[in-house]
Each structure stands twice: as C-alpha cells, then as structure tokens.
Write a protein of this length. Structure first.
Length: 95
C-alpha cells in the first residue's frame, strides 16, 4: 500500500495527478462545472514530489485499472525541465 500521503485506493479509470491542494480543488470544481464525474484527482504534495510518488502510485490498489493518466505540473521557471522531469518519471516506470 502507498505510504501515508492520502492516496489509498484508485477508484476511477481516469487519474489526474496535480501538484497540491489548490490545483486539486480547482480541477474538482472545473470538472464538476463540466459535469464530468469519472476522473479521480489526486495531489502529490508539491511539484518536487512527482518523482517520489510515481513508484508509490503504481502500488496503490486500483492502479492497474487506470486507462488514462494525466499530470498537471507548474513550470514556474523552466517549462522544458518541468516537462522532461515528468517524461523521465513516466518512462522510468513504463507509463
């Protein structure tokens, strides 16, 4: 099971990973406005946590049922480096 950071089970086939609670709240409200209810939104606890969380996410019950995975991350200073960081993590874990 994932360590105690809030994600204990994945219930949806569509998973959206975001940096923090502000992003999670925003996307929950946005998807509700669009009447989309079949996306699970989870915060990883900050932009520096994506690399640490990916291997843990793979072990969360229900991850094997995920068909679509999206990642939202700020690119505060270097968009290319932020993008490459996510690409590296996805490739490292064959996602």
């Amino acid at each position: 099971m994932a360590e105690n950071w809030g994600l204990n089970i994945i219930r949806e086939k569509r998973l959206l990973l975001v940096e923090g609670l502000d992003e999670k709240n925003f996307f929950q409200a946005f998807l509700k406005h669009l009447q989309i209810s079949y996306v699970q939104i989870e915060s990883v606890g900050g932009k520096d946590q994506f690399a640490n969380r990916f291997p843990r996410i793979l072990k969360v019950p229900g991850f094997s049922q995920v068909e679509f995975l999206a990642v939202i991350r700020d690119a505060d200073q270097d968009a290319q480096a932020a993008f490459q960081s996510i690409v590296y993590s996805l490739k490292k874990y064959d996602l």
